[in-house]
Design a protein around this ligand. Structure first.
Ligand code: ZN
Length: 563
């Protein structure tokens, strides 16, 4: 998902960056005294977020959505087939479907079976003859008006607008809400189906089209003045990434040749007809971005299913192989389209490698946000990279740790630290390791080893320790699991510079901190107890904070030496 828009303009940021390399402004961090809270969980949220035996007892390997769309505003009807393997015998399993959608019938292995609904959970009684290790199929017949998205993609649901000759332009986004907002599924981010078919039947209006994930396999005209489009996803996919776009679309095609293995990857851009010429030109940047991401993160994850940008009635979302694009074909002050850059990075971070719980969503958002900065560095140089990082740093709030509690499915748009602080965790790690070949090898290996997997932050920490041959637990304890930014308290007495850490763990004394006293940089290892440094240069009156540093703040404390 994308960050909420900032009012600060790029020009202002550039100006600020050039003027404020002095301590106090440049290094300002917010460290609120009161920690941020998490919303009180409703029964519906608890049912959606928690891992229980009724969910872990089965593993979904296939979904087939066969839905009717576009006949009535926001109304969906149809059937969803869910094929799974039973891992442990439970009499009842849990599915998820928002309670405003009506279930007309539910079958398991072709038998009608009883079910009970409780908020967004659907508890299905399994027939007694299904045994452990066996594959079974459930079909849910349902219909209803899908919840309207209040502020897509951040507050998701269905977006339904009037546009074009067919009079409709619609789409869904549901990362925070869960896919149960529009179709019945096992809504657990740790369980992805291996493949999915999506069939949409719509009124047979000549201009009306439906675009979804994967590849369009077939368009069939039906005798009753309807048509059915069948899309197929041939890779594992998160449920919240499954989507559709309904509207008058014009297709622009192109090809990307993967630099790694020379595979030809189809590029498909579905846009409103009035935007076809501007889109053709604007989307030229895609190939350069894909080339860069392949170079640093490895092969494009979905060569069979291709890469698509689909003009959406909301700003953007990383729907696998069918990225929602609603950013009006404009580049930022950095000369590129941030939505394309960010959402494309999610094909690696989020879609290929997925956080097993939203608690660890920084593995998706922090990595995608840092990927943007890496692209800026590669195409515009180090100063532009540091400016970009500085812009991200301004938004860090430090109200909650980057890794959130598990099992609560918390992902708030008000709280962007999973994006910006997540990105700064990687920037800081790079500056602490101080060896770019090791650092980039970590990123590439992390992606390669976890392609198509659902993982936690611990998997990343383990790899960092293995690749560096050192223990970086102290680093991640501070930056991922502790909410406060490390603060360097300092004071000058004569020619001595006194310093110590505040808001860190006792083991945070391994972080090299470079200080620039105007007469050259010095590396120190601050501790939670007071240390002093004699500054030889008598003209040194201030201290500068190098831009290529790790994440921490400074605070001048006149009482430091008396304590
Ligand atoms: Zn994102």
């Amino acid at each position: 998902m994308i960050r909420v828009k900032k009012i600060i303009t790029g020009f202002f940021i550039l100006l600020l960056y050039q003027q404020c390399s002095l301590v106090g402004i440049h290094t300002h961090v917010q460290n609120p005294k009161k920690p941020g809270t998490y919303p009180k969980q409703t029964r519906a949220q608890m049912l959606l977020a928690r891992q229980t035996p009724r969910r872990t007892c089965y593993d979904v390997n296939y979904y087939r959505l066969n839905l009717q769309l576009g006949f009535k505003k926001k109304f969906i009807s149809g059937e969803v087939l869910i094929r799974s393997v039973l891992r442990n015998r439970e009499d009842t399993i849990q599915l998820d479907l928002y309670k405003n959608l009506q279930i007309n019938a539910l079958r398991c292995n072709n038998e009608l079976v009883p079910y009970r609904r409780d908020e967004g959970a659907v508890f299905v009684k399994l027939p007694g003859n299904i045994t452990t290790g066996e594959t079974f199929s459930i079909v849910v017949y349902y219909e209803g008006t899908v919840t309207q998205a209040r502020r897509p993609p951040w507050n998701g649901g269905i977006t339904w607008k009037k546009a074009g000759r067919s009079g409709v332009w619609a789409g869904v986004s549901c990362e925070s809400e869960g896919a149960g907002i529009w179709w019945p599924n096992k809504d657990d981010v740790a369980d992805e189906a291996d493949s999915v078919d999506l069939l949409f039947t719509l009124p047979d209006k000549p201009t009306l089209n439906v675009v979804s994930n994967g590849v369009l396999k077939q368009t069939a005209q039906n005798p009753d003045n309807t048509k059915t489009l069948s899309w197929h996803v041939s890779y594992p996919i998160n449920n919240y990434n499954l989507t559709f776009y309904l509207g008058d679309y014009q297709l622009i095609t192109d090809t990307f040749v993967s630099s790694q293995n020379k595979t030809q990857i189809p590029l498909s851009y579905y846009v409103l007809p009035k935007h076809s010429s501007i889109a053709k030109n604007h989307f030229q940047q895609v190939k350069q971005q894909l080339t860069f991401y392949e170079r640093v993160f490895g092969d494009y994850p979905w060569p069979r299913d291709g890469y698509k940008l689909v003009e959406s009635p909301f700003e953007g979302m990383e729907h696998q192989t069918a990225i929602a694009y609603g950013s009006k074909f404009k580049n930022s002050v950095f000369g590129l389209d941030y939505i394309i850059l960010h959402e494309t990075a999610h094909e690696w971070w989020g879609n290929s490698v997925t956080a097993a719980d939203l608690s660890d969503v920084w593995l998706q958002e922090g990595f995608a946000t840092y990927a943007e900065a890496l692209y800026i560095e590669a195409t515009q140089g180090q100063q532009a990279y540091l400016t970009y990082m500085y812009w991200q740093r301004l938004s860090i709030k430090n109200k909650r740790p980057v890794v959130r509690p598990r099992g609560i499915r918390y992902f708030s748009t008000q709280d962007e630290d999973v994006y910006n602080k997540g990105s700064w965790v990687l920037h800081s790690l790079r500056n602490t390791i101080k060896n770019d070949s090791v650092f980039f090898d970590i990123l590439k290996t992390f992606r390669k080893e976890n392609h198509l997997k659902q993982i936690f932050s611990e998997n990343f920490i383990e790899l960092v320790n293995k690749k560096t041959g050192r223990d970086y637990d102290w680093f991640f304890r501070q930056y991922l699991y502790r909410r406060e930014a490390p603060m360097l308290e300092y004071y000058w007495v004569g020619e001595y510079f006194y310093y110590k850490w505040k808001d860190t763990g006792v083991d945070f004394n391994k972080l090299p901190v470079e200080l620039d006293f105007g007469s050259g940089r010095k590396t120190v290892y601050p501790d939670v107890f007071l240390q002093k440094l004699k500054v030889d240069d008598p003209t040194a009156t201030g201290m500068y904070f190098p831009g290529d540093a790790t994440y921490f703040g400074f605070v001048k404390n006149p009482h430091l030496v008396d304590e």
